[in-house]
Design a binder for this molecule. Structure first.
Ligand code: THU
Length: 163
């Protein structure tokens, strides 16, 4: 018997002001679009901003539905929109922020499993890593250089597709 040990690395920033200027701007775009969340059920608002290699920023916020599973997370609203509008562009970075109407979120809030899987699809498709920043409403920010840190042992097309 052998064991496989996988390590994950994230950088920790104390506040938005500690980020490089361009990354501050991206996170502030995520904060701004968080206000557009349609979250009457969870009262949990998430904003995501994606920077593409063509300089465009594409944003998304969570959109809920009375039939709960029909809603969609902010990260997937943003990344599917990026894929729909700029299919040739490479995704460089995604900044994510989550806030609750009911309690203060002061720790970094990582994307859910389904969003990690969706981010992984685009990272694999474009052959270059997607940098991920995530935070709550206040407090520290985590930065991962690739989705691989957040989704070890990821499921991907190589397991069932030859090319
Ligand atoms: N949500 C996101 O937008 N992103 C995540 O990564 C986790 C959860 C949304 C979905 C739902 O509208 C609300 O947050 C509560 O789960």
């Amino acid at each position: 018997m052998k064991e496989i040990i996988i390590t994950s690395k994230v950088a920790v920033f104390e506040a938005i002001q500690e980020l490089p200027l361009a990354d501050q701007d991206l996170m502030l775009k995520a904060v701004e679009v968080r206000k557009n969340a349609y979250a009457p059920y969870s009262k949990f608002r998430v904003g995501a901003a994606i920077l593409l290699d063509n300089g465009k920023i594409v944003v998304g916020s969570n959109q809920e539905n009375a039939a709960y599973p029909s809603g969609l997370c902010a990260e997937r609203v943003a990344i599917f929109q990026a894929g729909a509008i700029y299919p040739e562009a490479t995704i460089l970075k995604i900044a994510i922020t989550a806030a609750s109407d009911e309690n203060e979120t002061d720790t970094p809030i990582p994307p859910c499993g389904a969003c990690r899987q969706s981010i992984a699809e685009y990272e694999i498709r474009q052959f270059t890593p997607i940098e991920i920043f995530y935070m709550g409403e206040t407090g520290q920010i985590h930065q991962s250089a690739s989705i691989k840190n957040l989704l070890p042992f990821m499921f991907e097309k190589k397991y069932f597709k030859k090319t």
